[in-house]
Ligand binder design. Structure first.
Ligand SMILES: C[S@@+](CC[C@H](N)C(=O)[O-])C[C@H]1O[C@@H](n2cnc3c(N)ncnc32)[C@H](O)[C@@H]1O
Length: 240
């Protein structure tokens, strides 16, 4: 693994096996996590005392840690249960030594606990990193989730986490008011989300690339007319 500094000065890693960085270097690891995942999730997710989040996949944990950072900085009392699959056990074990941005300094105890036990719990937050293949982990989730951070490596490098069959499993466990956030704006991904039952929206974020948001319900965002797009596109939804 090679450490890479991103635009907002936070660090990410380059993964040789997938030939990709864990974050978009041009957007910044912390900025990408906050602006593409956490902020839209909390803007559109149901206003509930407790939210269940599926963080696909844990990686360096930026999305999980940014969520806690967001709650603290906005003084929100929402309780969190975060379930996060991750294949790479060694990566999790070594997170204790990763150079996180200063915003995450108050969460050292959380990082330590996850690194050691793949688990953290206090009176407001429960984080369960499930070591294994996300496809299998998802099938074993027996509760509805409110938010899905869809943040695997790209569809070209990690196809099995972007297919219709995969998104159908996500559709089955996401709440009727839940939302999915993803950095991918690729047509085959949007078609796969649509074919698995989701309504598909585009969101513009100041200073960053656009993103895709998916939900079962109407959102106050630009909805993509997938039927129309499919007529004019040679792309097809990704399948297993
Ligand atoms: C882009 S990184 C995730 C970055 C992470 N969301 C963060 O904020 O730091 C993708 C992660 O997916 C993991 N991964 C790849 N395929 C997987 C699979 N089938 N099941 C579970 N984890 C997988 C990789 O080991 C890697 O840690």
């Amino acid at each position: 693994m090679i450490k890479v500094q991103t635009k907002d000065s936070s660090f990410t890693l380059y993964n040789k096996e997938f030939d990709e960085c864990y974050h978009n270097v041009k957007d910044g690891a912390l900025s990408e996590s906050l602006k593409k995942h956490v902020e839209p999730a909390f803007l559109f997710a149901p206003k509930k005392g407790k939210l269940t989040i599926l963080d696909i996949c844990f990686g360096l944990g930026y999305n999980t840690l940014s969520t806690i950072y967001y709650l603290k900085t906005n003084r929100l009392n929402t309780k969190l249960e975060i379930i996060s699959p991750e294949l790479d056990k060694d990566l999790i074990e070594n997170l204790i030594d990763f150079e996180y941005p200063k915003e995450f300094t108050p969460f050292k105890n959380i990082i330590k606990s996850i690194s050691k036990d793949n688990f953290y719990e206090d009176e407001n937050i429960k984080i369960d990193v499930k070591i294994g293949n996300a496809r299998e982990v998802i099938k074993r989730i027996d509760k509805k989730v409110d938010i899905v951070y869809q943040d695997p490596f790209s569809p070209k490098k990690n196809r099995s986490l972007w297919t219709v069959e995969y998104f159908k499993d996500i559709f089955d466990i996401i709440d009727k008011d839940g939302i999915l956030t993803t950095y991918s704006i690729a047509a085959p991904v949007r078609f796969a989300l649509y074919e698995s039952g989701f309504r598909v929206y585009e969101r513009e974020i100041e200073g960053l690339k656009k993103e895709t948001i998916a939900s079962k319900r109407t959102l106050p965002l630009k909805e993509i007319d997938i039927e129309e797009k499919r007529k004019r596109s040679n792309s097809k939804a990704l399948r297993d």
